[in-house]
Design a protein around this ligand. Structure first.
Ligand code: SF4
Length: 426
């Protein structure tokens, strides 16, 4: 069978190209290829050389661009590129990866595919799609296969090939997260030999550093040490995700990871409000956050703290508590996002009103950088804190990140094209 797997645009819809490594797509590609299919992968988000871009530039890009129009326009470059790949490969099956902001584009592309190649089979996967039985089963088996990195040759900068999973799943049950529904709160750890092979593959593709993209590698102290030992032997700088309660429980771990080549940790704080942390079932406390920061500062290990804004029921007082906590933490970098009700998450399943409202928005506008995110046509916010509180929060995030060792929170690439505004090239 001839298969075309497609990663639809995200930030590209706002004129900026990012460089995600679509690991899920590449794992599915690896499995289907292993089964004897003729597989191609098309990353429609990508282009050009790596650059970092500030949150201010991202916000400006969303103000200047109309992602909805770009996605719907039959003449947009991403659709032309897809049509060319479709006609060149003439697949029997086209599969789309669907994160929330990719849904609208995936739908347009699926319609294009059915018009251009009548009878072609369409499959959707990813956090925002309800996959068919075939797609669910394929995704499940694909987890055990290596990502077919070579299928992206020429499409991704080498740096992005350093994204690797050493495990999947998480035992926690944060209400906003889709991991519990996807993996059933079960953690599957891959053997260290497999990690070695993947690092070698990434290095062969030109990766100079590795990002371990696991939900968290620090759930078990011994496992964290095992992974860190493999990374130390690989002699490439690396970064990964953790939880503040893990760091607070094992205060020696931060220094150990650093001594084994770890250059940065990322963890979710989400909110400075104990009431909201309780609602989110985050199972961390402000004290643990501050303790983790103290440990990381002592180990001189830089970190990125993740926060979210717009949780149903969040008030301006909650936002002020978040701002106060960021002031106390003095993080090197903050990654800030708006709350999105992922299908399958508890937040989605228990908040029909929030979901119904959220469905009224074009999916491609679901970005924290979009000034119209979750706003009525007249600009009023439909849920969560006031526009003034949200602005105060993002202003602080920008101030923090302006002083970050690496500016901005997203790696993007810029391409010589008339698709994007000059302001994006900051
Ligand atoms: S947000 Fe992180 S800790 Fe919470 S369930 Fe998801 S992966 Fe686990």
């Amino acid at each position: 069978m001839k298969v075309l797997l497609v990663y639809p645009p995200i930030l590209r819809s706002a004129g900026i190209y990012s460089t995600p490594l679509p690991i899920g797509v590449l794992q599915v590609a690896g499995y289907l290829w292993w089964k004897g299919n003729d597989v191609r992968v098309l990353n429609l988000e990508i282009g050009g050389a790596l650059k970092t871009v500030s949150i201010a530039a991202l916000r400006r890009a969303y103000e200047l661009h109309d992602p909805t129009r770009y996605v719907a326009n039959p003449g947009s470059a991403y659709r032309t590129e897809f049509h060319q790949a479709l006609l060149a490969h003439r697949p029997d099956l086209v599969g789309f990866s669907c994160a929330t902001e990719q849904l609208d584009a995936a739908q347009c592309l699926a319609e294009d595919a059915m018009r251009i190649l009548p009878g072609v089979r369409i499959e959707m996967g990813g956090v925002a799609a309800k996959p068919s039985e075939w797609a669910s089963e394929t995704a499940r088996i694909a987890l055990d296969h290596d990502p077919a990195l070579s299928k992206l040759a020429g499409q991704n900068p080498p740096e992005s090939f350093g994204a690797i999973l050493t495990s999947h799943g998480c035992p926690h049950a944060c209400t906003f997260c889709s991991s519990p529904s996807i993996y059933g709160r079960r953690v599957t750890e891959y053997p260290p030999e497999r990690l070695f092979l993947r690092i070698n593959d990434a290095a062969a593709m030109g990766a100079k550093r590795i990002h371990l993209m696991d939900d968290t590698i620090t759930l078990r102290l011994e496992r964290a040490r095992e992974v860190a030992d493999v990374m130390a032997a690989a002699r490439l700088p690396w970064r990964t995700q953790t939880r503040v309660d893990d760091l607070a429980r094992h205060p020696e771990l931060a220094a150990e990871l650093k001594s084994r080549g770890c250059t940065q940790l990322t963890f979710g704080v989400e909110s400075g409000s104990p009431r909201l942390l309780e609602l989110m079932k985050k199972r961390i406390t402000r004290d643990q956050v501050l303790r983790a920061v103290e440990i990381l500062d002592k180990a001189q290990l830089p970190y990125t703290a993740n926060f979210m804004i717009g949780y149903p029921g969040e008030t301006d007082d909650d936002v002020q508590l978040t701002i106060d906590l960021i002031d106390l933490m003095r993080p090197q970098r903050v990654l800030a996002g708006s709350v999105v009700p992922y299908p399958g998450s508890e937040l989605h399943n228990t908040n029909p009103e929030f979901v119904a409202r959220a469905r009224r928005w074009p999916a491609c506008r679901w970005s924290p950088f979009d000034p119209g995110f979750l706003c009525e046509d007249n600009g009023d916010r439909v849920q969560g804190p006031s526009a003034a509180a949200i602005k105060a929060f993002y202003d602080l995030v920008e101030r923090v990140n302006d002083h970050a060792p690496t500016p901005g929170t997203f790696t993007t690439s810029l391409k010589n094209t008339t698709e994007q505004p000059a302001e994006a090239s900051v």
